[in-house]
Design a protein around this ligand. Structure first.
Ligand code: NAD
Length: 456
């Protein structure tokens, strides 16, 4: 038996014996995770910095702090979430009690990408534990410092019967996918998402797929251009654009293009200085392969801002490109780096038609003060979730579930949605023996008229 098979077998036994199901046990596990994060903030921040020079402020704000908040929210609401949910009875089943039990799936597999290497391992874990599951986490092999720290901390703080971490790349992932998990939660690329789903289909394992895509960011002439530029530059260049919900490309109304470009330029300088390579607040590209992929996109259109490279540091300056067409390489796939192509549109119908050239994106951002424009975009474009007049910040609200649609994935999490994702809804109808209405039993002769009074 392989190491992972044996860990899973023990987790399976632990779950079947009922240890994970009580409210007390779940609360205890969530508190352990919170303690782990609070006691090891420095070591985690340092590991992420070693992996790709992510500023401590960003690691705390977009990873550790976010998970701590998510745990606090779950702790506050868990008692309410795990209660059976009463639902109305139906005429055909009169008299009866009807309710839905929130049942943990059992043993779940969480596969994470590298770009938010703490958050994307541990935020799904909050939902998995809150819902009463055990978990094996497979972090990314590309952030080796962070993944090593996550493994050693999880193994120190948790029993392996509850949470364990499997380190490795495709080989380890593939090995795990052969095991009989009860649920798979995958975050990563659309390409690998298809492999995960195919593999899960062999055993009919349910999946959540949190994938990527080309997220549009529309700016129309009614927007406050100065504030829009700030919110877009922040959302695009935080984590050096290596964010699944970062604006992938800009669609700017042609009447304001030049003015908006000036705002973008001055905002980039304001946030990162004249030479962003010297800024302490700017992340590097994760590895050479991604650096080379991104560098090759700089030949597309013309560089208006940025464009500088330093291969030895894997540094790419915050860059904005114009004179871009939909045939350019930069518009073919998700960019996932600090390069922001700018395209223009004449009216909102034109912008919507351009967005429809891609598969359904994970997010969409719209900067406007016009209600009719907002209504049209929300009605006519399908996307995972998004924001009006901001970027990325929607993730800071537990009450907004997060997930894609179509090629950007399916299923959702954050807040209560995480608990729901990791719970099976077990519907129960309960009757007593006092009343037994005979209409459903044969012989049926002459009874159909009664059925017709019920089914109408
Ligand atoms: P990836 O798909 O290459 O890898 C993700 C995970 O899958 C890693 O742990 C990796 O080891 C594993 N993996 C890779 N190839 C595999 C295979 N053939 N079989 C089984 N497992 C395999 O993604 P990445 O490069 O780490 O991350 C970037 C992608 O993730 C982007 O597309 C981004 O949009 C997406 N993403 C989505 C979200 C979201 O919440 N929707 C969040 C972050 C990143």
């Amino acid at each position: 038996m392989s190491e992972f098979q044996s860990i899973l077998k023990n987790q399976h036994r632990f779950f079947r014996d009922g240890h994970t199901k009580s409210l007390e046990f779940r609360v205890e596990q969530l508190n352990i995770l919170k303690t782990l994060l609070k006691e090891n903030e420095e070591v985690l921040i340092d590991a992420v910095y070693q992996d790709f020079k992510k500023p401590p402020f960003e690691t705390f704000g977009t990873e550790i702090g976010l998970i701590i908040n998510e745990i606090s929210f779950a702790l506050k609401n868990l008692e309410k979430w795990i209660r059976p949910e009463s639902v109305p009875s139906s005429l055909v089943n009169f008299p009866s009690k009807n309710y839905i039990l929130k049942e943990p799936y059992g043993n779940v597999l969480i596969i994470a990408p590298w770009n938010y290497p703490i958050q994307l391992c541990l935020l799904p874990l909050v939902g998995a534990l809150a819902a009463g599951n055990t978990a094996i986490i497979k972090p990314s092999e590309l952030t080796s410092h962070t993944s090593d720290v996550i493994q050693s901390l999880i193994h120190k703080y948790f029993s392996a019967d509850v949470v364990s971490v499997a380190l490795g790349g495709v080989d380890v992932s593939s090995e795990l996918l052969e095991l009989p998990f009860n649920y798979i939660f995958f975050t990563g690329s659309t390409r690998v998402g298809k492999i995960i789903m195919q593999s899960a289909a062999k055993r009919l394992i349910p999946v959540t797929l949190e994938l990527g895509g080309k997220t549009p960011c529309i700016v129309d002439e009614s927007a406050d251009l100065e504030i829009s530029a700030k919110r877009i530059v922040w959302g695009k260049f935080v984590n050096a654009g290596q964010t699944c919900v970062a604006p992938d490309y800009l669609l700017v109304q042609d009447s304001i293009k030049d003015e908006f470009l000036n705002h973008l330029k001055s905002t980039v300088h304001q946030l990162y200085g004249e030479d962003p390579s010297k800024s302490e607040d700017y992340t590097r590209i994760i590895n050479d392969a991604h650096f080379n992929r991104l560098a090759s996109l700089l030949n597309n259109g013309s560089v208006v801002i940025g464009g500088q490279l330093d291969e030895s540091e894997r540094y790419i300056a915050p860059t904005i490109l114009e004179n871009i067409t939909w045939d350019d390489q930069v518009m073919q796939d998700e960019i996932f780096g600090p390069i922001l192509p700018l395209l223009t549109f004449s009216d909102i119908d034109d912008a919507i038609a351009q967005i429809h050239r891609t598969t359904r994106p994970l997010a969409l951002y719209l900067f406007t003060t016009k209600d009719d424009v907002e209504k049209k975009v929300l009605e006519q474009v399908s996307f995972g979730g998004g924001a009006i007049n901001d970027t990325i910040a929607q993730l800071g609200n537990h009450h907004l579930s997060f997930g894609g649609v179509g090629a950007s994935g399916f299923g959702s999490y954050h807040g209560k949605a995480s608990f729901d994702s990791f719970s099976h809804q077990k519907s129960i109808m309960k009757k007593n023996f006092l009343v037994d209405i005979p209409i459903r039993y044969a012989p049926y002769d002459g009874k159909i008229k009664w059925l017709k009074t019920i089914f109408r």
